[in-house]
Write a protein that binds this ligand. Structure first.
Ligand SMILES: [Mg+2]
Length: 172
């Protein structure tokens, strides 16, 4: 299973980037959900755009420290993240690693060759995540309360208001 980070695992920061651990707040029930989803899907892989680095608002080490602490907390709750891939490129660069480009997905498959995108799920909170999933032929789950995004129902297969709701749906 592929997961976006901001807005899915942790709360988005309105109008800004998560530049340090103090700004990182897990969404309700996500740590426990990840432990369950790991059992169901086998692999949990994070793919995340972090252009705050490209903009110079934070460093790669800031990003790596957040990554380390996030994974540690998820492990403490019984889950685990197999890998997290970040694109630090600016939107204006049009780099293939920046979602909706497929670069991060292809990197994941390089590291885990058994990944079949057609049998993978992408969960994200933006249409760009959904486009990324579509570009790779994955099953798309939109995690959102945004009415405009929800109206683009050609871009996703399932819609839930949180990763917790998605997990509860799978459990039923
Ligand atoms: Mg997001």
């Amino acid at each position: 299973m592929f997961l976006d980070r901001d807005g899915v695992i942790n709360r988005r920061k309105t109008g800004g980037y998560i530049t340090n651990w103090e700004e990182f707040f897990f969404q309700e029930g996500v740590r426990e959900s990840l432990a369950f989803l790991k059992d169901i899907f086998g692999r949990i892989i994070i793919v995340s755009n972090q252009q705050g680095v490209g903009k110079g608002l934070m460093t790669i080490s800031d990003l790596e420290l957040i990554d380390l602490k996030m994974k540690e907390e998820i492990r403490n709750a019984g889950g685990s993240i197999d890998a997290a891939y970040y694109s630090t490129h600016l939107a204006t660069e049009n780099h293939p690693d920046r979602k909706p480009g497929t670069g991060l997905g292809l990197k994941a498959r390089q590291e885990f060759p058994e990944i079949s995108f057609a049998h993978s799920v992408m969960a994200g909170d933006t249409l760009s995540d959904m486009q990324f999933g579509r570009n790779l032929g994955m099953v798309n789950v939109l995690i959102s309360n945004n009415k405009n995004d929800i109206s683009h129902d050609d871009l996703y297969d399932y819609h839930f208001d949180s990763l917790l709701s998605f997990t509860q749906f799978i459990k039923r």
